[in-house]
Design a protein around this ligand. Structure first.
Ligand code: CTP
Ligand code: CA
Length: 226
């Protein structure tokens, strides 16, 4: 109905989506990354675009083609993503932090290919900046949706992340459950706000999940601005 349409319309709203898995380089031919396919983030970016939003997609490595009809910023590492996001945060209305950001990176990136020598090789990793936590500290009215990939204690871990990172909503999935993990076309998510469970979605396509997440965010943004 019309009321629903009005409430969920994102025309003119600026939406920032991060997606994919960051790439943390060890040397010119080797890197650390993760299993993220980018599918969830790209589906969110496309759903926002289809609702009339002006979308900026900050994408790390993904296994699917880049979507059209939006501004795409391609990045490699967590540090690159941090700068790409922070440079644009001020002008945004809504942020989806769906990228799988590497928690650590090699302390040094070798300028030349590392040669084999000893029987063991020790690589020191250092912590990456937490982009979502930085957004939570820096935000000025943006509605921020974080993600939590867990293999146990979903609710407890998700709520702790929501609070620590000052998100408005957090989308949690148990990546050890079939149909909800990295790379699949489907997902099973639970959405929480600071008061607890908002919506438990059954197994559905990432496209459907994206539509529902956009609806939830749009309803709540409107409410916040009234
Ligand atoms: N995130 C981020 N920057 C990082 C790490 C994570 O912005 N350096 C974001 C992710 O994009 C996601 C949320 O934080 O929206 C949660 O990521 P997750 O890996 O589940 O949580 P972590 O806080 O990294 O904790 P842990 O991996 O120990 O569970
Ligand atoms: Ca992590």
């Amino acid at each position: 109905d019309r009321l629903w349409t009005d409430r969920t319309r994102l025309a003119g709203r600026k939406v920032l989506v991060t997606a994919g898995g960051t790439v943390e380089r060890l040397d010119p031919v080797r890197y650390f990354t993760n299993d993220s396919s980018g599918k969830m983030g790209y589906a969110i970016a496309e759903a926002a675009r289809d609702l009339g939003a002006e979308v900026t997609l900050v994408s790390a490595k993904s296994s699917i083609p880049l979507p059209s009809g939006m501004t795409v910023v391609q990045v490699q590492s967590a540090e690159d993503m941090y700068h790409a996001v922070m440079d644009r945060l001020d002008t945004m209305d809504l942020v989806f932090k769906s990228a799988a950001v590497a928690d650590y990176r090699p302390a040094e990136t070798a300028p030349q290919k590392i040669k084999k020598s000893e029987e063991t090789l020790t690589i020191t990793l250092v912590k990456n900046p937490d982009i979502l936590e930085a957004i939570g500290r820096r935000k000025t009215g943006q509605f921020v949706v974080g993600f939590a990939a867990e293999t146990e204690n979903l609710e407890e871990h998700a709520l702790r992340k929501l609070n620590r990172k000052n998100c408005d909503l957090i989308v949690a999935n148990d990546v050890s459950v079939e149909g909800a993990g990295f790379g699949t076309d489907t997902n099973i998510v639970r959405v929480y706000d600071k008061d607890g469970l908002v919506e438990a979605m059954p197994l559905m396509s990432k496209k459907e999940v994206a539509g529902r997440l956009l609806r939830l965010a749009a309803e709540r943004m409107t409410r916040q601005r009234v």
